[in-house]
Ligand binder design. Structure first.
Ligand code: SAM
Length: 255
């Protein structure tokens, strides 16, 4: 059975009795109703994993290191996405974290409803959803939801290749772009990028001005095929394709 997993606030040492973060303590004690002595896996901020024994009242004893296979993708992918309406962004955050996104940037774009203004409460909610998804899917870090930004600023702030998902005819398939990014090296010398940003536009698409500015800033236009996808579908498809294309989806769970 898979152990309940909690992200710890700081470094820990064997034998120590620690107080767990409030939300984690509530979940273990009141939702999962653990009884004293039951095992929990703790993930320290440096990604190391620790065997804990629940003691009740929000506390746990650290039993020792519990080395596990490293689940984080070798390619760190940032998903910059025009915020879709309502709960679709909640769904997107959860699925992106499960699949292995390294971080998310909510984008405000020229065609976003209401100029794409994002209430800080929504960002806080996405951060909570990211944490829950990271715990559930066995991540070693909580992918941050970065401050809302516009397309060109998010590209300029990023170090690494940037791809803008765009249904226009000038967009190229991922395989071509990854080859271009790698400097046209033929296999087997091809090596995947360490970090990639993919931007996905709003329901009305990026404007020609945004697309031109992105290309001028060095981004490449990515095609996700011949059908028009909704924002959240495009985001999850792009994330999966890029991680798979970079060989970064990882080994089978438990393998
Ligand atoms: N009519 C809009 C256009 O032409 O851009 C469609 C926008 S689509 C609903 C929302 C976003 O998903 C797009 O801005 C793009 O980033 C991404 N997208 C959807 N389908 C795509 C495809 N086939 N290839 C690349 N990106 C796509």
């Amino acid at each position: 059975m898979r152990l309940p997993r909690v992200f710890l606030n700081g470094a820990v040492a064997s034998g120590e009795v620690i107080t767990l973060p409030g939300a984690a303590a509530h979940h273990l004690g009141n939702v999962l109703r653990l009884t004293p002595g039951m095992p929990v896996l703790g993930v320290a901020p440096d990604g190391t994993t620790w065997a804990l024994a629940w003691m009740g009242s929000g506390r746990a004893r650290v039993l020792g290191r519990s080395p596990e296979p490293w689940p984080e993708p070798d390619t760190r992918m940032t998903l910059a996405v025009a915020v879709p309406r309502g709960e679709r962004m909640d769904w997107l955050v959860e699925k992106a974290v499960e699949l292995g996104a390294a971080s998310l940037v909510p984008l405000h774009t020229e065609r976003s409803p209401l100029g794409g203004q994002v209430h800080p409460g929504r960002v806080a909610r996405w951060e909570r959803l990211a944490q829950a998804a990271a715990e559930q899917s066995g991540r070693r870090c909580i992918p941050p939801v970065l401050p809302p930004s516009d397309l060109v600023s998010s590209l300029r702030d990023f170090t690494g290749p940037c791809l803008v998902a765009h249904p226009g005819g000038e967009a190229r398939p991922l395989r071509e772009l990854l080859t271009a990014v790698a400097g046209d090296q033929p296999a087997p010398t091809w090596s995947p990028p360490r970090a990639v940003l993919v931007a996905v536009g709003p329901e009305g698409g990026f404007t020609p001005r945004e697309v031109d500015a992105a290309v001028s800033a060095g981004a490449r236009l990515l095609s996700l095929g011949s059908r028009i996808l909704r924002v959240e579908t495009a985001a999850i498809a792009a994330l999966t394709l890029v991680l798979a294309g970079c060989g970064a989806l990882g080994q089978p769970a438990g393998g």
